[in-house]
Design a protein around this ligand. Structure first.
Ligand SMILES: NC(=O)C1=CN([C@@H]2O[C@H](COP(=O)(O)OP(=O)(O)OC[C@H]3O[C@@H](n4cnc5c(N)ncnc54)[C@H](OP(=O)(O)O)[C@@H]3O)[C@@H](O)[C@H]2O)C=CC1
Ligand SMILES: [Mg+2]
Length: 341
């Protein structure tokens, strides 16, 4: 009876769904896959798989381009057949999206298997995410970032923090459950603010000692428990450069996979034109200073490679377009250019 009811429910849902837009249908379908374990298992059979090895995505270089290949379930089976307990491998995959035609996309980490054997079989290579994000097509970077974050979360949440017992993931990978305590764990992100501080005619950028030489970016910091975005921006700017924010404006947000799954919340902030003296937190920052419009425009044109000067010093350059810091800096340039026009 339950089976008949489920089948009927799916049929009615799919009829209702046909009345909606492609986007709405897609989101409803993905939600169904997260809720309905047997539907999700069936979906694996027609799915497309993105491969990772110890959290590094699999890429193929074709000419000068780096592609992110999708493997069919049949191709996956061919690879996995050579391994013991092949069936269980597909169970380890996590749902990361679907096409407009409802072909589900999964990510799977084959970290326990021989990396070079898979690389030579599939003619590509597992590439560190820090490199991969910046060489693949723009539409693929967010997909790789969120897939890797979800795989990383599963990898680090295999045991219940209350009982120490193993947790089990659902087929979609949207949660893990400890059957001993009944606790359900959901994937988590850490909210981080990133703030481009301006005094009206200049903007403030800083660098940490770990950054590549010459790279400056906007101030950033993790939200403390209980803080709202406005409070984090005020606190981080005060802590890192000793300035008081007078007003702020939200710009946009971005998922960022480093060090592990951050939700970057990007804002523009103003400080009073008379209160601009920087007092830098030397524990976190190596340098923080004001930049004029011209210097920013020049820095945006500069490649990391071309920033080194003959005397060994580096001219400033800024994060690439995939990072939300880049967007903040570009918006500031547009705003300044509009003001001075
Ligand atoms: N996409 C983009 O454009 C940009 C992204 N970012 C990202 O923003 C993030 C935060 O920036 P950052 O200035 O370093 O942050 P903070 O200024 O908050 O300082 C980082 C320190 O905070 C501590 N910390 C507090 N909460 C956490 C947490 N949940 N996870 C990890 N560390 C925490 C750590 O200290 P300890 O280790 O001593 O405990 C860490 O070293 C970075 O991961 C960076 O990748 C930054 C700039 C641009
Ligand atoms: Mg910081």
């Amino acid at each position: 009876m339950a089976v008949v009811y489920q089948a009927l429910h799916r049929r009615v849902s799919s009829l209702v769904c046909r009345l909606h837009s492609t986007y709405v249908r897609k989101m409803r379908y993905l939600n169904q896959l997260k809720e309905d374990d047997s539907l999700c298992r069936q979906a694996q059979a027609s799915g497309a798989f993105y491969l990772f090895h110890n959290l590094s995505p699999f890429l193929q270089k074709v000419g000068k381009k780096y592609l992110v290949p999708q493997l069919s379930a049949a191709e996956m089976k061919q690879i996995l057949e050579k391994l013991p307990e092949a069936e269980q491998w597909l169970e380890k995959s996590v749902l990361i999206g679907c096409s407009d035609e409802h072909r589900p996309h999964f990510a799977l980490d084959l970290g326990a298997l021989d990396k070079s054997a898979i690389e030579s079989e599939l003619q590509g290579s597992f590439t560190d995410l820090r490199k991969a994000l910046f060489v693949v097509d723009g539409k693929d970077s967010p997909l790789l970032a969120s897939a890797q974050s979800l795989l990383q979360w599963h990898d680090s949440h295999q045991y219940c923090s209350k009982t120490g017992q193993p947790t089990q993931k659902n087929p979609a990978g949207s949660k893990r459950v400890c059957h001993a305590s009944g606790v359900t764990y959901y994937p988590q992100m850490s909210p981080v603010v990133i703030t481009l501080v301006s005094d009206g005619s200049r903007c403030l950028l800083a660098r940490q000692p770990s950054f590549p030489q010459g790279m400056f970016t906007a101030l950033s910091g993790f939200c403390d428990m209980g803080e709202n975005v406005e409070e984090t921006v005020r606190r981080e700017v005060a802590e890192e450069v000793g300035l008081e924010v007078e007003s702020l404006r939200y710009s946009a947000s971005q998922h960022w996979p480093f060090p592990s799954s951050c939700l970057m919340i990007a804002c523009h902030a103003l400080v009073g034109a008379q209160r601009t003296e920087i007092s830098m937190d030397t524990l976190e920052l190596e340098e923080a200073r004001w930049f004029g419009l011209e210097e920013i425009v020049e820095g945006l044109k500069r490649e990391p490679r071309s920033s080194k000067q003959d005397d060994g010093s580096f001219l400033p350059w800024f994060p690439p377009k995939q990072a939300i810091a880049h967007q903040l800096i570009r918006e500031w340039v547009q705003q300044q250019s509009a003001q001075t026009a």
